[in-house]
Design a protein around this ligand. Structure first.
Ligand code: FAD
Length: 207
């Protein structure tokens, strides 16, 4: 769902860059933020970024390594690009964020939808009572732990309104498609035609 406006929080002394979302720990949340917004916090925070990175890794640092200030910090894509260029290990042109950096909201989202739709596509046509119950638990747990907090919260709300349909492969695939479309709608993306869900996630195009 759209990122909540965290542009000023108690933890922030200056406004955060647009698009930046804070996690429950009050720090910038990489998995709730797209990397273009994320990269903006590194431009003025080089040395602090390194310090915060250390602090965070020593404490097991949740999703990110920054602090919630506009001048902020964090191990950023910008910093990664800079160091790749400076060390000669890469260049702006060859830097591949997806391969070299922890997941941002977009990469995590695409990978997760791939997993969820594929799992639904291979769910049994006639699941046993135990399989149905396990799938429900999996989805409930998933919605608890999905690392983009505001995404997970909205998913839980939607699941309360429309609980997972686990009675068959087809029902689960359609339910998943509907959930994904709710997110698509909120993000202003095209809705997916759920009649094509098997073609997209199980059978491939018929040619
Ligand atoms: P994605 O939306 O990731 O889709 C990947 C592929 O799935 C598409 O290319 C298409 O082929 C196929 N597809 C698209 N729609 C459907 C459908 N309805 N059924 C079946 N297949 C489909 N981002 C936010 O900014 N805010 C949020 O609140 C948010 N909530 C999320 C909640 C969950 C549970 C997940 C998994 C992700 C969420 N995301 C959210 C991320 C967002 O949904 C996208 O994954 C991300 O923006 C990348 O989008 P994309 O255009 O690459 O394609």
């Amino acid at each position: 769902m759209p990122a909540p406006d965290h542009s000023s929080t108690e933890a922030s002394s200056t406004p955060l860059p647009p698009g930046m979302v804070l996690g429950p720990d009050g720090k910038p949340c990489r998995t709730c933020t797209d990397w273009k917004s994320w990269s903006k916090i590194g431009k003025s925070g080089g040395s602090k970024a390194k310090k915060d990175s250390k602090d965070s890794s020593s404490t097991g640092g949740a999703a990110t390594t920054g602090v919630a200030t506009g001048a902020g910090a964090g191990t950023t894509a910008a910093a990664a690009i800079g160091s790749a260029s400076a060390s000669g290990s890469g260049s702006l042109a060859s830097f591949d964020y997806e391969k070299e950096c922890p997941a941002d909201k977009e990469i995590l989202g695409r990978a997760t939808w791939t997993f969820l739709h594929t799992m639904a596509a291979y769910y049994p046509d006639k699941p046993s009572a135990m399989e149905q119950s396990t799938m429900k638990s999996l989805l409930t747990s998933f919605s608890q732990f999905y690392p983009c907090g505001h995404c997970a919260e909205h998913l839980r709300e939607e699941m309360r309104v429309e609980p997972p349909k686990v009675e068959s492969r087809k029902e689960l695939s359609w339910w998943m498609c509907g959930m994904h479309n709710k997110v698509n709608e909120i993000l202003g993306k095209d809705l997916f035609d759920c009649k094509k869900v098997d073609e997209r996630w199980r059978d491939g195009p018929s040619d």
